[in-house]
Design a protein around this ligand. Structure first.
Ligand SMILES: [Zn+2]
Length: 252
């Protein structure tokens, strides 16, 4: 609890009705989720953008599927961290709290957050390219390569329910994200480089609509000059400190 939480933020939080947290790769990295851009063994010769797109999947579905299976295996070994858990506590602390995440690793859900907008999908979910039937990790047919749809008469390819390069964000999720941003009293941008549009526009939307914009990051980003407050550090330390400070002020 060494992070100092400025009074200006506490004052906002003590009267906030709606708090929105927007998370990116940084909070996952704190749990040990790799970016898949480094030297991860078998897959190091591929760039994510070479595998995470529809034409790569159509050309070599087994290869792309195996890459996602490898990612799922790694994600299965990591745990949500104190940053994820502090956001779960915020659902209790504020009348309305929404997590908008760019991460596909399901860690917010595993931590216990319930009000989540998954802008880029969720690696634990899948769907059939032909009929749209959904499959979660547990009801997938067991196959060596890419599984095929088992719904009657359909043998379509099953793909991960994640947004690939070149694909639009899911409309419902995007609208939910814009709504949660535009109505926020306090908006936290957490562990995101804030450069990938359209998602990067959400903190600015929040600010334009009157939110107090707080950035939590280990380093400054293009968003930092627009933030009302920049808290430098990891989410696993800063977010619990915020929750702690709000609790302390509220206790009579
Ligand atoms: Zn199908």
């Amino acid at each position: 609890m060494s992070t100092h939480i400025p009074d200006v933020l506490l004052a906002r939080l003590l009267t906030a009705q709606r708090v929105t947290a927007f998370t990116g790769a940084g909070i996952s990295a704190e749990s040990g989720v790799p970016t898949f851009r480094g030297n991860e063994g078998l897959w190091k010769k591929f760039k994510p953008e070479e595998l995470a797109n529809l034409s790569a999947f159509m050309k070599n579905p087994d290869l792309v599927w195996e890459w996602y299976q490898a990612r799922r295996t790694i994600i299965g070994t990591v745990q949500p961290n104190d940053g994820h858990r502090a956001l779960v506590e915020m659902e209790v602390l504020f009348p309305s709290c929404t997590v908008i995440t760019q991460n596909v690793d399901n860690l917010h859900r595993r931590a216990g957050s319930r009000n989540i907008v998954e802008l880029h999908g969720n690696i634990e979910r899948n769907y059939c390219l032909s009929c749209g039937a959904t499959y979660d990790g547990t009801d997938l047919p067991h196959t060596a390569g890419v599984p095929r749809c088992t719904r009657s008469g359909c043998t379509g390819l099953i793909r991960p329910d994640v947004v690939w390069f070149g694909e639009m964000l899911p409309e419902d999720e995007w609208e939910g994200a814009v709504r949660a941003s535009a109505t926020a009293d306090v908006f936290f941008s957490i562990g995101t480089s804030a450069v990938v549009y359209p998602a990067a526009s959400l903190p600015l939307t929040a600010k334009q609509q009157g939110a107090f914009l707080v950035e939590i990051n280990t380093e400054r980003t293009p968003l930092t000059p627009s933030a009302d407050l920049f808290l430098q550090g990891v989410s696993g330390e800063v977010l619990p400190a915020i929750v702690h400070a709000v609790r302390e002020r509220r206790t009579p």
